[in-house]
Ligand binder design. Sequence first.
Ligand code: ZN
Length: 313
Amino acid sequence: MPNGNYLGFDVGGTKITAVLASREGKIKKRVEAKTRKLKGVSDLIGQIHSIGKQFDSYDDIGVIFPAPISKKGVSLFAPNLMGWGVVDLKQRLREAFNKEVYVENDATAQAISVKLFDRGKKYRNFVYLVVGTGIGGGIFVNDEIYRGGNGYAGELGHAVILTNGPVCGCGRRGCIEALASGRALVRRAAENSKEIRNSTFLSSIPLDRLSAEDIFSGKELGDPFCTLLVDETVYYLSVAISNFIDEFDPEAVFLGGGLMKNDPKLVSELKESVDHELGKYYRNVPIIKVSDRTIDLAPIALSIYESSEHKKV
Ligand SMILES: [Zn+2]
C-alpha cells in the first residue's frame, strides 16, 4: 500500500547519495557511499541495490546519473562513470528492485526539484543551470519539464559561445562547459604559468592540486589574476544565460552547482552582467540560487513528478 515515502539515489562520479523522503520533501534517512565505478555497470547496479536494502517502506524509486538518459531510461554513455556503453538502466534497476524505478539525467531531475521544492513553484517557464565540475541544465515550459524528441533536451552546457574555443569533453569547441565550469576555471589558470608565477597566492599552491575553490579564495584576498579568472567566468556564464533568456523567454533563471557556493556575490555579479549583455532586449529576469535541499531532493522529485500529479493534469 502506498505510504507517501520515496527512495532516491543520486549516483555521482565520486559518491552515491541515497535519501528516503516524504512527498512533502522531508528527508527521513540519508546514506552515502563511494561510487564503485570501475567494475562495470552490473556491479554498480548491484551496489545501488545493496544500498537500497538499508531502507524500507517506500513507494517508488528515483535514480539520477550524470549522463544523457533517453525517455525510455536508456543511457547513451556516462563519461564520469567509466566503462559504459548503451545501457538500459531503467529495465535493469526495475529487475534488481522488483519495483517501479524512474531514471533521469541529474540536472534534469534537479530542475524538477526546483519546480516541486524550491522557488520554481511560482513559475511556469524557467531555465535551470547547474555549474559545477561540468555544466548541465533543465528547462520548464508551460509547467512541464522539456525533454525534447528523445529525452536528451537541456544539455545547456554544450551551447557553443566561442567558436574555435577550447575543446570540450563532448568533442566540440568553445562550449560553455569548456569555458566556465569548475574544471575549465582550473585549466584556464594552469595554462597561464607566467601569471601563476607572478601571483603570490597561486604560486604557493602545487599546480596539480589547484581547485576552483582556491581561485575564488584568491579573488577574495584581492589577487588580480584570480579576480580576472572569476570575472571571465562570470562573463562567459552571462553570455550563455543571455542566450537562454533570448531563446526560451523564461520568467526566471535558477542556478545550482558547486561553483555557486564559492562566492556569495556571484549571483548578483551575474545578474548585472546578464542585464548588460541583454542590451536593447533587456527585461528583468530574476536569477535565483537554489538551495542544497533542492539538489538533495532531486531523485525524490523525479519519482513524485513521474508517478503522479503531472500525468493526471
Ligand atoms: Zn561540449
